[in-house]
Design a protein around this ligand. Structure first.
Ligand code: DX5
Ligand code: ZN
Length: 220
């Protein structure tokens, strides 16, 4: 039964070799990645800085994959247009970082993009209830955002199960994605709990046998 569920893989380029980014995303695309996951960090919402719209724009010309942009930034409204113009397919904002979340989601959809909401490990599933009708995707953080290569937080599993139930009952079309510490071992746990899209950086770009092997290990 498990094998009938379609699992999509979203490589996070945070763990890629940026001197060879074009080649690396081509390998990810050839190996069956569903989309690229782009981690945007501002040094405020999270204690780290990554990259901004110019990199997204370059990636747009280099791949046909969907570009899913995960905004780990304060006041994301200031940058929705910039990341839309750069070529994002989906914008994911944090529940914890959005004071007027309903308005933010409305703006994302008005820009013609898909909208996602991310929740941190300490944030309960229930906060999603009032926005499920306005989103295409829920992103459950399985680490505290800010860095790649962290250890998966096991206590997020019951929450993933609760969100799976919630979606099955009211919004089965909304994607349930997980992000952080996903490898071959934790992948089977989150999929059993109900996740259908897996973000992975280290397990893909840091796989000793290469990117394709990393993606295959997650799919298995
Ligand atoms: C964490 C980011 C993740 C991160 C995942 O703040 O949102 O997308 O890149 O990296 P791994 O797979 O190495 O935990
Ligand atoms: Zn992410």
């Amino acid at each position: 039964m498990m094998s009938q569920v379609q699992i999509r893989i979203a490589p996070s380029i945070l763990a890629a070799d940026f001197t060879r980014l074009g080649d690396q995303i081509q390998q990810a695309e050839d190996a069956g990645a569903d989309r690229l996951h782009l981690d945007i960090m501002d040094g405020r919402f999270v204690p780290n800085i990554s990259f901004g719209p110019p990199i997204v724009r370059s990636l747009r010309t280099a791949t046909r994959l969907l570009l899913e942009t995960h905004l780990m930034i304060e006041e994301p409204d200031r940058f929705l247009e910039a990341f839309a113009e750069a070529g994002s397919t989906t914008l994911i904002v944090h529940w914890e970082g959005s004071t007027h979340l309903h308005r933010t989601l409305d703006r994302i959809r008005t820009l013609g993009l898909k909208a996602g909401v991310a929740i941190n490990p300490a944030t309960p599933a229930g906060v999603l209830e009032e926005v499920l009708g306005d989103i295409d995707l829920v992103l459950v953080m399985t680490v505290n955002p800010g860095f790649g290569g962290q250890r998966f937080i096991e206590t997020t599993l019951p929450k993933i199960r609760r969100i799976r139930d919630l979606l099955d009952r009211s919004r089965p079309g909304v994607e349930l994605e997980v992000d952080g510490g996903i490898d071959a071992e934790t992948a089977s746990k989150v999929v059993a709990a109900g996740a259908r899209v897996l973000v992975a950086g280290t397990a893909i770009f840091g796989h000793p046998k290469g990117i394709a092997a990393g993606i295959q290990a997650l799919q298995a």
